[in-house]
Structures are given as structure tokens and as C-alpha cells.
Unconditional design. Structure first.
Length: 569
């Protein structure tokens, strides 16, 4: 016997409102034109949110993955309806004015999926994401709508090869820095660019796309190992088909995202991100996703969880291997079983399989004995989290750094201040930034940028010039998952709203202590107060359009940089 909600079958709670009854004949007429048959109106209508686009290799294959998802839905007795939302390319826009739209696209993706699913009356949906902001955007929509849904990761790219070694996008950025340092020629930079990205799929290290895909799997919103498959592979096609079938099971059982998205599930996601050495962006994105699910998650939760979880995976950018090598040895599932057995995962949380995390992992395989990609708990890469939440007089609202330990745990230097990313990059490549500098890049926050650009170009230039251990960088912007070195972002309050970063001057002493989780501007408190009193807020850089709307509504980085919040009446 089918379950019912207020007299309606769970299978058609929403679609029945759109297509049932004589008065809904015009709606049926419209859908007949799209290919519906009479019998389809008695089926669950399931949306397939595709982020396909030819603007980036991360998403250029997702139209075909959407076909596979739709096939799974239709074969399981549902009626699939494919629709599109946007994507932008972080890798292409990085270091330009266009990158200001990157974080904004997360909100647009979430808003657009919510709009289509809500308008069309879908009973559930499957969302497929590729580039970085697709994933949190999709999950934010899933949490808001709270209709049975599953996330499918578009998959990781295979590595390129240059002189017999794996290369990817970040190698191109770092080659630019090496060229500026006189360590390679322009022709050599172009040679890396020609081979580093060989086809479809998201950037190949444990950068933001692979980080967020892994986090979503640990949340329980993807099928096992969806986060650890090559973009172009039989496994990914099967993953899509199975997701299409599985969403019908969620609809029939009435399992919704908020049944899955508990505080414990978010702690599982944080745990896997840390074990994998994932991106700083995960801090912001998981807070935003939790907000949409009605779960209270703060930056201080990252400190609490991070004290007990080690970094185990030796993955780029700080480590040696690309994601494709992790895929080859079994993906994320064996690691999650290790974490569960160690008592670091909550095993009783529900997942989109209809089973608990513990049940999903019961028969999980172990990694091969001869691999060195994922270490054991007796030999971690770092015994505690690499994602460090800082406080101090320069970031009273918090800041986030990726401190692998390779760059050290303590840095003292003198500030060299830049008012935007472009001038910082010019200063680094031009030799203005030298050993002992703390590069301060400000007015790049959610409101001041607006849009909180990623600093991959400056951080890669620093590494490429061989300054990774000699220079630190602090910004109210954020970082690509490909950034590494002594870098701290998400400084809150941001400069545009009068945070202390706004009044740092060239030559000011700055101390960064990762063990104490503190950033200190070494000037007297009275001097800092006097500077802040004399500061005047700059005019907004945009007064019309999507960037202006974003700047007017966005919350701070420590609050997830979200626009989905209670607005004044």
C-alpha cells in the first residue's frame, strides 16, 4: 500500500497540483507538446537539474550525464524532465574582474533550481554539478525545497602529462610565476597549458570541486563513491542511472533532504574534507548549506572537529597526487570506512540510499596495501586539521587558512598592502614582494569586491617564484582549492565594512600563529582605534546589476556569504 500525505500519494505530492483535474487541462496541453504521454501524468515528475555548459571543461559533458539520469528515472517508473541552470568557469575568469561573479553564481544556481522545481511542481529532482559553485548551489536548493533529491558529481578530470608527470590547471598558474622568476620561458608555460587539461571533468587535485563533491557524499546526499569517479567513465554513467532510480525510492519512502542534513551529517562532511586535505572554500560553503537546511553551523565548529581529525590523503595542491589516482585505488569509500571504524564518523545518519551511513559502508573495501596516497592513523600527514580558523585584532570575526604544516606554523613579517588582486599580482610578478613580506590584499570581500574573488593567481605566483615559505598572504577575499602556501583568507569583518584590514599600512608588523590560531597586527590598540575612527568607507564599485544586488544582501564570509536570509519587511 502506498503511503499518503493528506490523502495524496507520496509519489505525486507536488505534480498532482499542477496536472490533475479538468481545470489543469491547459497544463497537460503544454506538457503534451514537450513529449508527455497520457500515462506520464500518473507518474512522479522528477526534475533533472543540469549544469551543462561549454564555458568550461568541468561541465561540458554534463548534458550526456543528464540523459543517463533521465534514463534511470524513466526506467524506474518516473517521468524525467531535464532543465538547465548556469555555470561559470573559475579557472578561466581567475584574476580578472569576471571572477567577482563566481561566488555570486552559487546563489544564482540555488535560486534558479528552486525557481524551476517550485514552479513546475516536480515531486523530486536530481542535480548534477561540475565546477566549484555548482555543488553548494545545488545542495542549497535541495535544502530549501526539501523535496526528495540526490546530487550527482560530474566527476574529476584525468590528469595531463608533461615530461612524464601529472599536471593540471594549477601547474599552469605556477608556471606563470616561474616564468616571472626567470625559471622557465613563455614557450614552456604554453607547453604546460596545452597538455594540463586533456578533456572533460573538474580540476584534478583536491581543489574545491573535488572537495565539495566529497563533502556532499559524506553528507549522505550522493550515492557511494559518486565523488570519486572520472568524469568520462562507465562508472560515472552507471552512477547517473542509479541516481535516477534511487530518487524514485526516496519519493516513495518520503525521505527528504532535511531528514538527511542533520548536524551530525555536516560533521561527517567536515571530517572527510579534513581527512582529504580539502579546500578552504568548504568552510564557507558548508555553513551556507547548513543555513539553508536550518542547521546551525559556525566557523568554530571547524575548530572543534578539526582538533580530532587528521589529514590522511596526500593530494594536490599541498600533496603529490591528483584525484584520479585516488579513484584508481578505490575512491572515498575506503577512507570513510576507516574514519567510521576510528569513531570519527556518525554512522547512524540517513543517506539517499535509504540506508544509514554505517549500512552503506558495511562491506566497503580496503585500500591496496602498497599505496601511499592515503595514510593510516599512525602516520598522518598532519595530526589535526589543516583548515585553521584564526581570530585576533586583525580578524575579530574570524579568518580561514589552509596550513598543511609544510609552510610552517608561525610567520612574522611586515605588511605590504594592495587594494585589489590585480595590483597584488603585479607586485609579486614585478619583484615588489620580497622575503619577509605579509601580502595584504583588501577590498576583495563579499561586499567590497563585491563577490569575494579567489586569489589563485597571486598565490600561484608566490609559489612559482619560490617564495612559498618566505611570504604570507592575508585577504578578505578567498582562495581557490588550488592555492597553497602560508595563506589566510575570509578575513572578517572585511575591509569594506570597516574591518581592521582596512587600516593596515605598509611596514606594519603582523604575526600569524597557526598553533594559537591567532593573527595579530602589531600596533598599539589606541593606534588601531584611531585609524579605524579616521577611516571612510569607499563608494560601492557597482550600483546596478547582479553584483550590486549581491553586495546589498550578502552576509559575511564567517556566515557563509549567503544572500538567503531573513529580509526586513
Amino acid at each position: 500500500m502506498k503511503k499518503k500525505v493528506q490523502g495524496k500519494s507520496l509519489e505525486r505530492v507536488f505534480s498532482s497540483l499542477v496536472v490533475d483535474g479538468i481545470e489543469r487541462a491547459p497544463s497537460r496541453g503544454m506538457l503534451y507538446a514537450t513529449g508527455f504521454k497520457k500515462e506520464d501524468f500518473r507518474k512522479s515528475q522528477v526534475g533533472v537539474a543540469s549544469t551543462w555548459s561549454m564555458v568550461t571543461p568541468c561541465n561540458m559533458h554534463i548534458d550526456q550525464l543528464a540523459v543517463s539520469v533521465a534514463q534511470g528515472i524513466n526506467e524506474a517508473g518516473g517521468k524525467a524532465v531535464v532543465f538547465n541552470t548556469i555555470t561559470i568557469s573559475d579557472g578561466i575568469s581567475m584574476g580578472t574582474e569576471g571572477m567577482k561573479y563566481s561566488l555570486v553564481s552559487r546563489e544564482v544556481i540555488a535560486d534558479s533550481i528552486e525557481t524551476v522545481v517550485g514552479c513546475q511542481g516536480f515531486d523530486g529532482f536530481v542535480a548534477i554539478g561540475g565546477c566549484d559553485k555548482n555543488m553548494p548551489g545545488c545542495v542549497m536548493a535541495m535544502a530549501r525545497l526539501n523535496r526528495p533529491s540526490i546530487f550527482v558529481y560530474g566527476g574529476t578530470i584525468l590528469p595531463g602529462e608533461h615530461h612524464g608527470r601529472d599536471v593540471d590547471l594549477v601547474n599552469i598558474f605556477e608556471a606563470v610565476g616561474k616564468q616571472a622568476a626567470g625559471q622557465c620561458t613563455g614557450e614552456e608555460v604554453e607547453a604546460v597549458a596545452e597538455v594540463a587539461i586533456p578533456g572533460a571533468g573538474s580540476c584534478g587535485g583536491m581543489y574545491t570541486a573535488n572537495t565539495m563533491a566529497s563533502a556532499i557524499e559524506a553528507l549522505g546526499l550522493s550515492l557511494p563513491n559518486s565523488s570519486a569517479q572520472a568524469a568520462v567513465s562507465k562508472d560515472k554513467t552507471v552512477d547517473c542511472e542509479e541516481a535516477g532510480r534511487a530518487v524514485l525510492g526516496l519519493i516513495r519512502r518520503g525521505i527528504r533532504p532535511r531528514d538527511i542534513l542533520t548536524k551530525e551529517a555536516f560533521e561527517n562532511a567536515m571530517t572527510l574534507v579534513i581527512a582529504l586535505g580539502g579546500s578552504t572554500n568548504a568552510v564557507m560553503h558548508l555553513i551556507a548549506m547548513a543555513h539553508c537546511a536550518g542547521v546551525k553551523l559556525t566557523i568554530d565548529d571547524w575548530t572543534r572537529v578539526g582538533k580530532r581529525v587528521p589529514v590522511l590523503a596526500d593530494l594536490k595542491p599541498s600533496g603529490k597526487y591528483v584525484m584520479a589516482r585516488l579513484v584508481e585505488i578505490g575512491g572515498t569509500v575506503p577512507l570513510m570506512k576507516m574514519l567510521l571504524d576510528e569513531g570519527l564518523l556518525h554512522g547512524d545518519v540517513m543517506t539517499v540510499t535509504g540506508k544509514t551511513m554505517r549500512e552503506n559502508l558495511r562491506k566497503a573495501p580496503k585500500y591496496p596495501k602498497d599505496q601511499d596516497i592515503v595514510r593510516g592513523f599512525d602516520n598522518p600527514i598532519k595530526p589535526t586539521s589543516h583548515l585553521v580558523v584564526f581570530r585576533g585584532n586583525l580578524c575579530p570575526g574570524g579568518a580561514v587558512g589552509k596550513i598543511s604544516g609544510k609552510e610552517g606554523l608561525h610567520f612574522e613579517g611586515r605588511a605590504i598592502v594592495f587594494e585589489n588582486e590585480e595590483s597584488a599580482l603585479k607586485g609579486i610578478l614585478g619583484g615588489k614582494v620580497r622575503k619577509g613580506h605579509v601580502v595584504v590584499v583588501r577590498y576583495e570581500g563579499p561586499r567590497g569586491g563585491p563577490g569575494m574573488r579567489e586569489m589563485l593567481s597571486p598565490t600561484s605566483a608566490i609559489m612559482g617564484k619560490g617564495l612559498g615559505k618566505d611570504v604570507a598572504l592575508i585577504t578578505d577575499g578567498r582562495f581557490s582549492g588550488g592555492s597553497h602556501g602560508f595563506v589566510i583568507g575570509h578575513v572578517t569583518p572585511e575591509a569594506h565594512v570597516g574591518g581592521p584590514l582596512a587600516v593596515v599600512r605598509n611596514g606594519d608588523p603582523i604575526v600569524i600563529d597557526a598553533e594559537k590560531r591567532a593573527i595579530t597586527l602589531g600596533i598599539p590598540a589606541a593606534e588601531l582605534d584611531a585609524r579605524l575612527r579616521g577611516w571612510k568607507q569607499p563608494k560601492p564599485r557597482y550600483t546596478r546589476g547582479v553584483l550590486a544586488k549581491y553586495a546589498a544582501t550578502v552576509l559575511s564570509a564567517s556566515e557563509g556569504a549567503i544572500t538567503d536570509r531573513d529580509l526586513p519587511l
